[in-house]
Design a protein around this ligand. Sequence first.
Ligand code: FE
Length: 207
Amino acid sequence: MNNIDLKAMTRLSYGLFVLSAREGDKDNGCIVNVVNQVTDSPLQIVVTVNKKNLTHDMILHTGRFNVSMLTEHAPLKVFEIFGYQSGRDADKFANCGVEARTANGILRLPKYINAYISAEVQQTVDLGSHTMFIAKVTEAAQVNSDPSLTYAYYQANIKPKPAAAEPNKTKWVCKVCGYVHEGEELPEDFVCPWCKHGASDFEKVEK
Ligand code: FE
């Protein structure tokens, strides 16, 4: 690992997206940062999603999903709803206002997006912590021309600023997504509830 500076990986550019699925009567979605077009004929995209997400299992079972492309106007609330909580305990789309369903019956985000894609899984690749879905685009639409949200923009402008929040408490901030854990100690087996990265990706912020 001597020749590997993991910080180099943070120079890759990513978007941020809400990945959604429907299984039975259950609608759910989560935040993902790896969505890319891989071929144009046939039109295919690739999505990777952490296996701990309920949305992951729903896509594995149904073979279908939507990608809602977030814009720079997406407020922190979108990340709190789709990132901080699990679809196992919450109806994430309940507070989204208008219900927007695509032809495949799956919800998409009605707001804070500039486009959406519906896709059908063609290949599933087990990557250990994540599964990669290679999928054929079955529907795609542009909603507006607002700028797409990048991970860098999120880090600079949307991610909570921990120091200002509760000045008298020790905090642990996830360097990946900005999730803040309050407490003197961070357990070694701690897993970020949002991005699922481990304790080694947390940085201590002294009170
Ligand atoms: Fe995180």
